[in-house]
Design a protein around this ligand. Sequence first.
Ligand code: HEC
Length: 262
Amino acid sequence: MLVHTRRCSLCLALLLGHSLFLLDNRESTAQAGMPAVPLSDAEFAQLTEQTARLVYDALKKPDDLAQEKARSAAVLLAAVAQYSQDAANAPRRVPVRDTAFRLSALIKAGKFDDARKLAESLPGLSADEKAKTAAVPIIMKQIEMHEAMRHFGSAKEGGNGAEKRLYDLQTANQKTRTLPAREMKDDLMLLALRLAVTGELVKDHMDAKVKLKPAVWKQHAEEMRRYSLDLARAVEKKDGAAAYKALGNLNDNCNTCHAKFR
Ligand code: HEC
């Protein structure tokens, strides 16, 4: 009888776990018409402006580091546009994606003056009702894995310092397990949105290590997308406790994937 009850509670737990898993999965996989990283027009405009400014400034003194920094920022903006695209916003997001690819090509070719002009035009591009909306491959075609990640590395290496910033933010608030109100700013939200896009972007990466465990790779990339979005939305709502939790999940996610694949 005891065994029976135990088994039954195990069954129940399994059943519950299973339906939770299904729910979770349904939420995480893009629903029909629902982009991987939904962004309001205002958020998209902010990310576009940030990138335009970064590229413009980096190319004032275009050494190798600045060139790579500008190029990876341009490609990341293309990814932001692609992975936030839906039927309604496509006429405005696809032109940003395609212009960002052209910008990346100009930077690669060393045409820095043309690139700066094109960067300046990014925030004011007009809509194109006939834009080709099909997704295009980005990772390994427009940007390599290490370049995509370096965007979040130290400033010395051409990054925005995000990796250390996220780690410090967690350790500084370990006692209260809540991010303070002064951290609940657009700046952190926009960083989290970039990370969410990067999670989606790296899903299709493939190399010798990933080939051995493709499902594990995809799972960690998906977690990166989801925890980053959790962080962005918690910051938006100024919910410090939820933001701390999402931040902890995200930092664990970076470390786990690095331990397995880096
Ligand atoms: C799906 C797996 C995965 C996840 C998740 C992940 N990374 Fe990475 N990351 C990698 C791999 C693989 C490399 C090594 C790339 C290479 O050198 O080719 C890397 C490298 C890096 C680098 C060094 C880039 C360079 O070459 O200078 C930084 C910085 C970085 N990751 C930051 C982060 C941060 C921050 C997070 C979490 C918010 C994160 N990563 C999450 C797989 C991942």
